[in-house]
Design a binder for this molecule. Structure first.
Ligand code: NAI
Length: 309
């Protein structure tokens, strides 16, 4: 089955360069009408320019596609409201939102100012929440929506010097988990992309040979799948150089420590059993954990709880 986006309207944030540009070109090549959002900022978030977004619009139009540019700052609610209004006026619907805009302010935590921490959280977390919040009622009304949040291995696994960025990127998983639950009844599917690509963000960090393999175009097919009609939901897809993998969070089966065993020393003595991965499970909402723990304690006492799984 061909994946196509004819009749669909997509907004891609930070689409003037790097991954966002590649995603926007990929969507347009398969029939989507695309809003090219870009503030035209430097990698640290400073400055503003309309040229990057309009160059991508020109590229799409030259290929016979439809695109418009908007220079909204993703973290500015009024500017994002204006972008969404203009999209609705122009095309009357919004099917796809790719939250991709991003910046870096790397420093060790000891040297990082709270301004640098806040700015990175503002663009990545508040920017993603702001754009998503602006399209949410439209997607609910349409009973159709596909949203991607852009995370990073830095958030999922950690990276020296990126406390601000890692925290903001890990937050994507939490936002996705909740929006997946709240969007399901209106066929709004929410996924997370964890890319690794050669862009201006990473060009000084990797050898030429690796950069040549990690071109943004090698990642865009994964993004297109995540925003397609057959998209999954609540998936964290790692992508780079044509490789794809899923990141999942599991909880071990766990151990009940009762009475005199439930002490710090008891936890220390049982840490291997607590960590034992036999029977580990991916929990699908927060109360699964609560029910699991309460049931273990109830079972040990011969009690029955009025709760399912
Ligand atoms: P890039 O620097 O090439 O592109 C980012 C774009 O976002 C720029 O065009 C910039 O003007 C725009 N932007 C920045 N702040 C904005 C704001 N407040 N509002 C609107 N637009 C804004 O970076 P790249 O590498 O393409 O990154 C795209 C996304 O992928 C980012 O979220 C980044 O954190 C993430 N990512 C990238 C990785 C990589 O290896 N390149 C690794 C993991 C995640």
């Amino acid at each position: 089955m061909d994946i196509r986006f004819d009749g669909r309207v997509a907004i891609v944030t930070g689409a003037g360069a790097g991954l966002g540009r590649s995603h926007a070109l990929g969507l347009a090549a398969r029939g989507a009408r695309v809003v090219i959002n870009d503030l035209g900022a430097a990698t640290d978030g400073e400055g503003r320019s309309a040229s990057a977004a309009s160059a991508v619009v020109d590229e799409i139009r030259a290929g016979g596609g439809e695109a418009i540019a908007h220079g909204a700052d993703v973290a500015d609610e009024a500017e994002i409201a204006d972008m969404v209004d203009q999209t609705m006026t122009q095309w009357g619907r919004i099917d796809i939102l790719v939250n991709n805009a991003g910046i870096l302010r790397d420093k060790t935590f000891a040297k990082m100012t709270m301004d640098d921490f806040r700015k990175v959280v503002d663009v990545h977390l508040m920017g993603t929440a702001t754009c998503t919040h602006a399209v949410w009622p439209i997607m609910r009304e349409q009973k159709y929506g596909r949203i991607v949040l852009t995370s990073s291995a830095s958030g999922l696994y950690g990276n020296f010097g990126q406390a601000n960025y890692g925290a903001a990127k890990a937050a994507m998983m939490g936002l996705m988990n909740v929006l997946h639950l709240e969007g399901a009844r209106d066929d709004i599917r929410v996924n997370t992309l964890a890319p690794t690509a050669a862009t201006r963000m990473t060009e000084s960090l990797m050898p030429e040979e690796a950069l040549a393999l990690l071109q943004p175009e090698t990642i865009t097919p994964g993004l297109l799948y995540l925003v397609s009609e057959i998209a999954p939901s609540r998936t964290i897809l790692g992508a780079g150089a044509g490789c794809y993998a899923l990141t999942r969070v599991y909880e071990t089966e766990g151990v009940l420590l009762e009475g005199a065993q439930n002490t710090p020393e008891g936890v220390a003595a049982h840490i291997e059993a607590i960590a034992d991965e036999t029977g580990r499970r991916e929990l699908t909402d927060a109360f699964q954990q609560t029910r699991k723990y309460a049931r273990k304690a109830a079972d040990a006492r011969g009690l029955t709880l009025p709760w399912g799984d």
